[in-house]
Write a protein that binds this ligand. Structure first.
Ligand code: AKG
Ligand code: FE2
Length: 285
């Protein structure tokens, strides 16, 4: 039986409604059969070529290892690859993705799939990524290129965790923690409602990367292939060091009284329950 998290792509305006409803409520939506037929074949072909081509137009930053050597990644700029990888450009420029992005981030602005990551993961005893939330806020469009089950390392999401991380991020941010420095890895035993998002080639996952998620474990003899577009929420809050007199610099400065007052005005929580509490520093993961 179909889960409440998914629906089948129809190619009509109702797809946008169905997606938004789920991403708002659960943090993610699964759109079955989003890419199919000849377009899926070209996507599969372009994904493969991107790893073997000597030169990639639109190469943004890297062609290299993905997530602790669990596989490889090609990181492309959507507009720059327009002529070389037409099918990837066309899938990640879709009006439906644009409409979903617009509805999800309004009244803020966004850059539709500014970057597209192509990944090819190989067997490893560790997860592709541990449970975490992205410190930079993206709405992501994630397409399976090949059929993917738990054995291939399917994507997993802690249902509705985007609401909790909204408060986590904003709390740290307002007491002057840098985007890079805030604790974002979540220990496995704090996960309550994980959901494994298995799918067929051409299924699309739309997710708020502010919520808690991970990549699974690729079992021996299996691989995993994904194409993933990152829609930036604007204004962009990146890892850049805080320049003097910028807004984040003021929050980190001694003038931010919230840094001194927080222990008096915030609720208490036992040491073991605090992020990083007795478990040590999250950054060591
Ligand atoms: O590769 C995966 O399944 C997880 C990727 C991820 O953490 C992300 O796109 O933010
Ligand atoms: Fe992530």
């Amino acid at each position: 039986m179909a889960s409440p998290y998914e629906f089948s792509f129809t190619g009509t305006d109702s797809d946008v409604e169905e997606t938004i409803k789920r991403v708002k409520k659960f943090g993610f939506a699964i759109v079955r059969n989003y890419v199919s037929g000849p377009l899926l074949e070209s996507l599969d072909h372009d994904h493969g070529s991107a790893f073997s081509d000597q030169k990639n137009s639109g190469l943004d930053l890297v062609k290299g290892k993905h997530a602790d050597n669990h596989g490889e990644v090609v990181r492309l700029n959507r507009l720059g690859m327009k002529d070389q990888y037409k099918s990837i450009y066309s899938v990640f420029s879709a009006p439906s993705m644009d409409a979903v992005s617009k509805r999800y981030v309004r009244p803020h602005d966004y850059q539709l799939n500014r970057e597209v990551f192509l990944t090819h993961e190989v067997p490893h005893e560790k997860s592709i990524f541990p449970w975490h939330f992205d410190r930079i806020h993206y709405l992501k469009f994630y397409v399976y290129i090949t059929d993917t089950t738990k054995e291939n390392g399917a994507f997993e999401y802690e249902v509705a965790s985007h609401r909790e991380t909204f408060f986590r991020f904003n709390y740290y941010s307002l007491i002057g923690e840098s985007v890079e420095g805030l604790p974002y890895i979540i220990p496995d035993d704090e996960i309550v409602h994980p959901y494994v998002l298995e799918g067929k080639a051409g299924d699309l996952i739309v997710f708020d990367a502010g919520g808690i998620h991970k990549g699974g474990i690729v079992s021996p003899g299996k691989i995993r292939r994904v194409a993933r577009g990152h829609t930036n929420v604007l204004p962009f809050k990146g890892y850049d060091p805080q320049k003097p007199f910028t807004k984040s610099w003021w929050l980190k400065s001694p003038f931010n009284l919230a840094r001194y007052f927080q222990k008096d005005v915030c609720r208490v929580m036992s040491e073991e329950m605090k992020p990083g509490g007795l478990r040590g520093n999250y950054k060591d993961h």
